[in-house]
Design a protein around this ligand. Sequence first.
Ligand code: SF4
Length: 285
Amino acid sequence: MTKRIARVFPRKTTATPSDELVFFDGPGLFPPEVDEVHVSVTFSWDIPHAEWLARQWDGIAPVRIGGPAMGTKGKDFVPGMYLKNGYVITSRGCPNCCWFCDVWRRDGRVRELPIREGWNVLDDNLLCCSEDHIRKVFDMLKVQKKNKRQVEFTGGLEAASLEDWHIELLREIRPKQMFFAYDTEDDYEPLVEAGKKLLASGWTVASKTLRAYVLIGYKRDTIDAAEERLRKTIEAGFTPMAMLWRGRDGKTDPSWRRFQRRWARPAFIYHILKSIDQEVLPDEE
Ligand code: SF4
């Protein structure tokens, strides 16, 4: 018999599942009948609240607290369990050791998982998997595409690992969006090269399919330097998504928050895109 597991989240995001065993608070006066309670923590600044939640559920069923923020090594992916249906993780870990990232500390080098169904791929570094695994992931995605799902790569594709055969596979899938990254200076040259290849393969800047996470607001970063990186991202062919760096306590500076919000607004980015290249963009709908 399948276990009934209550999943308790300290924060609701667009990726949080929404079935009847998902909770954001204590069990209330009429607790559900469950075999286990899993408190799942994504962000380190939610840990104190998650620990409070774990205490509220104590006594209802055995409680476990885990998730990326707790440094828990990820297991095989179960669709719909800790992420909404549609999200899928086919591998965990990364061979790189970026200073701001916990993936390599938590999950080590790349580990390929059994491939489950989904259309929003969240792997830490899919392009570092074996060719056999990547081709199987794309076979699964082709089925999603046939079923009218819009494929996305929001976990991030590493520009430095992008090869011509990956581009062929991406062309067959035609994702709604795919995120690359410009987090450190080392990322820029590979991003430019990836941009050239992808634009030459038929993608356009105007489609905003080519996206890039841009890390901002870390120690010694300045608004001017961050803005330059965001503009350079556009010049490389990618619509940027500013990601504000947060330490373990999650605290951020108000001026950085304002700047980040501006660079996450599609209308604002569109305005910058237009000013950079009048040729590539049609009039906004
Ligand atoms: S490449 Fe991405 S997943 Fe890998 S360590 Fe760097 S930020 Fe983390």
